[in-house]
Design a protein around this ligand. Structure first.
Ligand SMILES: Nc1nc2c([nH]c(=O)n2[C@H]2C[C@H](O)[C@@H](COP(=O)(O)OP(=O)(O)OP(=O)(O)O)O2)c(=O)[nH]1
Length: 140
């Protein structure tokens, strides 16, 4: 929970070779087809960082390591807020195992190629700013 008592949805910004991984949701109906950062709700007894690692294992079948928090949080409604961390791949190749039906690696100049969930846009913009600043081939 945050200091304000909100429950956290933790998103993982996985970057590799100068690109960010975007995932297309399959549910619920109102969000299906929109693109997001993989992740999910932090469970009781879990840190947000642990939740990111668990969700990327479940959803993408990869092992990942959490790096930095992207500053900010975005209210999702019903007492949830979205927080985002940069993550690096430790092993595996991401596949859409659960909750998503397509994945795409997007470099900064292709960020608008997919229809991002509104609330993800500020964090995605910050990740893209960092990727640009870090130069070609960067991972964050
Ligand atoms: N995972 C994720 N959810 C997001 C993002 N942006 C955003 O608005 N959301 C919303 C969609 C969902 O309403 C909610 C997260 O739910 P979820 O379905 O991913 O979480 P979960 O895997 O723990 O789900 P569940 O088993 O409890 O259904 O937050 C994002 O970047 N990643």
């Amino acid at each position: 929970m945050t200091e304000n008592g909100a429950r956290i949805v933790a998103g993982g910004a996985l970057t590799r070779d100068g690109a960010l991984l975007a995932a297309r949701r399959t549910r619920p109906a109102g969000l299906a087809g929109r693109w997001e950062l993989p992740g999910g709700k932090v469970e009781p007894g879990e840190t947000p960082e642990e939740a990111v690692v668990r969700e990327l294992r479940e959803e993408l079948g990869v092992e990942a390591r959490v790096r930095d928090r992207i500053p900010g949080e975005w209210a999702l409604g019903r007492g949830y807020v979205l927080q985002v961390w940069t993550v690096r791949l430790v092993s595996g190749r991401p596949r859409p195992l659960e909750d998503h039906d397509e994945l795409r690696w997007l470099p900064p100049d292709r960020v608008d190629e997919v229809d991002w969930l509104e609330l993800d846009r500020p964090a995605v913009a910050e990740v893209m700013r960092r990727l640009r600043a870090a130069g070609p081939g960067a991972e964050l």
